[in-house]
Design a protein around this ligand. Structure first.
Ligand code: PLP
Length: 383
């Protein structure tokens, strides 16, 4: 067994694809201490700069005093606290939905929701660049996986039309693609779902807190609430907390809490973690300037990178890919940036398709104008 492990690790090393862990010894933020080095951080998903906000910390401390730490059991046994219920009510209101169900993480939400909706004999239509947790949810469901080329609506139309033998059809898409930072053509997807009588589920992980007039996501930005019955998202990115949700109607919630295995067969998130999510929601509601700021900084960063000649694909969000294509070049550039005190992670296959390695720059509302300038200067010297 050990021979196999060593061999596989050698293969990854030879391909420049071996991963390793770095250690953060500071709070999460625009500047972190990484493996002992103080660096400007351009790779977290903490888009609103909330991960270390004292109000989240205080809410967590206060809830721990009242409720202790561990939930002690699954939600359906004796682990369903008043904090979970309150978070779900507040999330539903924030998402303009009648109900929300909290899961332990976005990964667990996707691997629980999808198999609760479809099974053998059904077909799921998924954008090729959807997040791995969606793919894993589909594999677990045993439904047929039909992957369409990224944002290719003609291909989706054709695939839906050909799936005449499928009992149910489900389309699943990220609304903001996590590695490209571009937007799903959601209006077209809604139209095709109606035309082909397919169900629709969206993953708002990277849109939640960032897009839409109140930060509810891309569905809100496009006014499609009535057309998208099932929206999941996570509290671990812009909300700076942990946990995830599925928002929809009360019947959907009732169905999922009776059928989603990743909800039923796991211990509830600690009530104090739910309290952190609530504190984050409050800040997202009361401080819309964070959303405005992060989008403004993202524009500045994208424009600067383009001026330097980099390809940033169709990014329209705080996620900005800098395409270098070769995995080894991505790793080298990331090292050169780090040597200048700038942390941008290299994203390589299998996280992205072969020959599309990149540096994934993310911007946060916590960054200063000077931070953006320093990052751009470092890129100029890293080529
Ligand atoms: C699109 C998307 N969905 C789901 C997830 C999983 O969310 P979580 O980190 O809460 O497990 C992520 C990120 O990790 C993601 O990018």
């Amino acid at each position: 067994m050990k021979d196999m492990f060593a061999h596989q690790l050698d293969v990854l090393s030879a391909q420049g694809l071996r991963r390793s862990l770095k250690v953060v010894a500071s709070v999460q933020g625009r500047e972190i201490v990484l493996d002992g080095q103080k660096v400007l951080n351009f790779c977290s998903n903490d888009y609103l700069g909330l991960a270390a906000d004292p109000r989240l910390v205080h809410a967590t401390e206060e809830a721990m005093v009242r409720r202790g730490f561990g939930a002690g059991a699954s939600r359906l046994v004796c682990g369903n606290f008043d904090e979970h219920e309150a978070l779900e009510h507040e999330l539903a209101a924030f998402k303009h939905a009648s109900a929300a169900l909290v899961f332990s993480s976005g990964y667990m939400a996707n691997t629980g929701i999808i198999p609760a909706l479809v099974s053998r004999g059904d077909a799921v239509f998924a954008d090729r660049l959807n997040h791995a947790s969606i793919v894993d949810g589909i594999v677990l469901s045993r439904a047929d996986l039909c992957r369409y080329p990224h944002k290719d609506m003609n291909a989706l139309d054709e695939m839906l039309g050909k799936a005449t033998g499928a009992r149910r059809k489900l389309i699943v898409t990220d609304t903001v693609f996590s590695m490209d930072g571009d937007l799903a053509p959601l209006e077209d997807i809604v139209r095709l779902a109606k035309q082909h009588d397919a169900w629709l589920m969206v993953d708002e992980a990277h849109a939640f807190g960032v897009l839409g007039p109140t930060g509810a996501g891309l569905v809100e930005a496009l006014g499609l609430e009535a057309d998208v019955p099932l929206q999941m998202g996570t509290l671990s990115k812009a909300a700076g907390a942990y946990g995830a949700y599925c928002a929809g109607d009360a019947l959907l919630k009732e169905y999922l809490l009776n059928s989603a295995r990743s909800f039923i067969f796991t211990t509830a998130i600690p009530p104090a973690v739910a309290a952190a999510g609530r504190a984050a929601l409050n800040i997202m509601k009361s401080e819309p300037q964070r959303r405005v700021r992060v989008l403004e900084l993202a524009c500045r960063m994208r424009d600067g990178l383009k001026k330097l000649g980099f390809d940033t694909l169709e990014s329209a969000t705080p996620i900005i890919p800098v395409m270098v294509r070769k995995a080894s070049v991505a790793s080298e550039m990331s090292q050169k940036l780090l040597a200048q005190g700038i942390f941008v992670s290299a994203i390589r296959p299998p996280t992205v398709p072969a020959h599309t390695a990149r540096l994934r720059v993310t911007v946060s509302a916590a960054h200063t104008d000077e931070d953006i300038q320093r990052c751009l200067e470092a890129f100029e010297h890293a080529c």
